[in-house]
Design a binder for this molecule. Structure first.
Ligand code: HPA
Length: 234
């Protein structure tokens, strides 16, 4: 047991998929894993471990925002020996060419601040995705016929954003989408020498103001689970 994860030693696989929503973790585990079993439910943050095509996999919620993700990712890495963390989530589109339902694979994630600010101080660390995972995810998405974009995203600290000028600058600099977790995931992966990737579906759009209808969310989410699993086990 760690402070926020009730799993027993050995209950967590080396490969962990991390949706923000704990109920999504349950849905993904019950839909895609063989023999999924609940390994954590502390504070309602659900984690399941099973196998996919024989490979041990854990699917564990991260919660919303970088401080929440940081707690779970730190404990998964330091206390349970996780070696590959793949975030699967939604984002707001920030380019005209990026449409609702498109898949974004994040090469890096810009931010105003992350929980690692205290370590980096004046240094602007560029948090990178793991190249092998990224390449495998793009191969998988293309094979499925998904519309996929690869590039930089923005990890925001607030969902209810009051800086339209900042969004304009992000768009101007080619940022594909905005979410709230990837930058710190990549920071932690770099610090601990493990692999990380963030795969996103565009659920809403900051320029067109479209939003993904709720009945489509499950289908898009399922596609991302498959891409993440195929990225980890090509
Ligand atoms: N902003 C921040 N995070 C998000 C968004 C957004 O518009 N959409 C999905 N996650």
């Amino acid at each position: 047991m760690s402070i926020h994860i009730g799993a027993k030693p050995g209950d967590i696989a080396e490969t962990v998929l991390m949706p923000g929503d704990p109920y999504r973790a349950r849905w993904a585990a019950e839909t895609y894993l063989e023999n999924p079993r609940l390994v954590n439910e502390v504070r309602g943050m659900l984690g399941y471990t099973g196998t996919w095509k024989g490979h041990p996999v854990t699917i564990h919620g991260s919660g919303m925002g970088m401080p929440s993700l940081s707690i779970y990712a730190n404990e998964l890495i330091r206390d349970y020996g996780a070696k590959t963390l793949i975030r699967i989530g939604s984002c707001g589109g920030m380019q005209e060419k990026v449409a609702i339902r498109d898949v974004i694979v994040a090469m890096t994630a810009s931010s105003i601040s992350t929980p690692s600010r205290g370590i980096f101080r004046e240094f602007n660390f560029a948090p990178p995705a793991d190249w092998e995972l990224l390449r495998n995810a793009v191969t998988s998405a293309e094979a499925k016929g998904s519309r996929v974009h690869v590039g930089g995203i923005y990890s925001a600290d607030v969902f209810y954003d009051e800086r339209p000028d900042l969004n304009e600058q992000m768009t101007r600099h080619g940022i594909l989408g905005v979410e709230m977790e990837a930058a710190e995931l990549y920071n932690l992966a770099a610090r601990h020498g493990i692999r990380a990737l963030c795969v996103l579906t565009v659920s809403d759009h900051l320029i067109t103001h479209e939003a993904l209808p709720s009945e489509d969310r499950e289908k898009s989410f399922g596609e991302m689970v498959e891409i993440a699993l195929e990225a980890a086990f090509p």
